[in-house]
Design a protein around this ligand. Structure first.
Ligand code: NDP
Length: 318
């Protein structure tokens, strides 16, 4: 390839979670010859999970990293080229049928006729050393994924938004007791969600309360809480700690280039994965702050590949 001639890719997929790989499976089967860049965390958020028990088709469950390797193999079987690399800059064409440019690892520019963005979102954590040490040992950022492992046990959840409220009531159905830590004297969650929390008997709601320390060596054994009004500390015995203080969509490189909501989630057209840029589609958690499941991410990955295929067909016919 000469210096002036950039590689031209028909369908470029950014991200290697369930959304990216599902888009790759569909795009390669449609002969779009997709190239997928994995990003910094090949396999995405699921590689930090141990057991995935809620993805249909795995009656015995499957561990996250194995599932992602299988998805990669399935995509490669149909011809997807999976490349290690991080997309660091984009230059989108606003023209229908225009060619988009993407820079990989700050060095190589490639051209793409269509782009599927599946860069995901990253769960926020408190940042305490004890919390980080026990991630995967009882500290989780997904109650729907991991709550089942704490059946009839005592757990705690941190956060006062809709996610925390929803996850607290979800956990309350499974666990013996849920202690909910809200750092202010009020919750940010909608009134309806707050009502659900306050009327659930086995949720012990603590306002003005923060995590002081997560206790336990290999696994979570307890929690030291701090009342930020009185300065009082209290220790409770728990086996699971759920952090529900929000997610950050991985969209920094698209700021000012794609329409997003105030939190940075990419906005897509109703019932599609179309962004405001023709030929650029978004799937998975990068455009979903509500469901955030592997199966829903995979579903929108499929939609993005079908949308890209349709777009290419229409542009060719114009
Ligand atoms: P939010 O940003 O809405 O809420 C985050 C919560 O975590 C807040 O209560 C915040 O406290 C707290 N928090 C943040 N940092 C810390 C910290 N370091 N220590 C302790 N607490 C902290 O995030 P959500 O994930 O709840 O929701 C994101 C969006 O998704 C919202 O728009 C929400 O409405 C929506 N959503 C909708 C659902 C639905 O419709 N069913 C379900 C789930 C989410 P503080 O208030 O003090 O800042």
């Amino acid at each position: 390839m000469s210096e002036n001639k950039l590689e031209r890719i028909k369908c470029l997929i950014i991200g290697s979670g369930p959304a990216g790989y599902t888009a790759a499976i569909y795009a390669s089967r449609a002969d779009l010859k997709p190239v997928l860049y994995t990003g910094m965390e090949p396999g995405g958020q699921l590689t930090t999970t141990t057991e995935v028990d809620n993805f249909p088709g795995y009656p015995e469950g499957i561990d996250g990293p194995t599932m992602m390797i299988q998805l990669q193999k399935q995509a490669e079987r149909f011809g997807t080229e999976v490349r290690m690399g991080m997309v660091t800059e984009v230059d989108f064409s606003t023209e229908r049928g225009g060619i988009h440019k993407v820079c990989v690892d700050n060095t190589t520019w490639v051209e793409a006729e269509t782009i599927i963005i599946s860069t995901g979102a990253t769960a926020k954590y408190l940042g305490l050393p004890s919390e980080q040490r026990l991630r995967g040992g009882g500290v989780s950022a997904c109650a729907v994924c991991d709550g089942f492992f704490y059946k009839n046990q005592d757990v705690a959840i941190v956060g006062g938004g809709d996610t925390a409220a929803e996850e607290a009531t979800y956990l309350a159905n499974i666990c013996n007791k849920v202690t909910m830590l809200v750092r202010k004297d009020e919750m940010r969650a909608s009134k309806a969600m707050q009502h659900r929390v306050t009327t659930t008997k086995n949720i012990d709601l603590r306002y003005n309360t923060e995590v002081d320390e997560v206790l336990g060596e290999q696994v979570v054994e307890g929690l030291r809480m701090l009342n930020n009004k009185t300065g009082e500390k209290e220790t409770i015995a728990i086996t699971g700690l759920f952090i529900a203080i929000g997610h950050k969509p991985n969209t920094d490189i698209f700021k000012g280039k794609l329409t997003m909501d105030e939190s940075g989630y990419v906005l897509t057209e109703l019932k599609s994965t179309k962004t405001n840029i023709p030929g650029v589609f978004a799937s998975g958690d990068v455009q979903d702050n509500v469901y955030r499941q592997a199966i829903t991410a995979a579903g929108t990955g499929c939609m993005a590949a079908l949308d890209a295929e349709r777009y290419l067909g229409e542009v060719e016919a114009e």
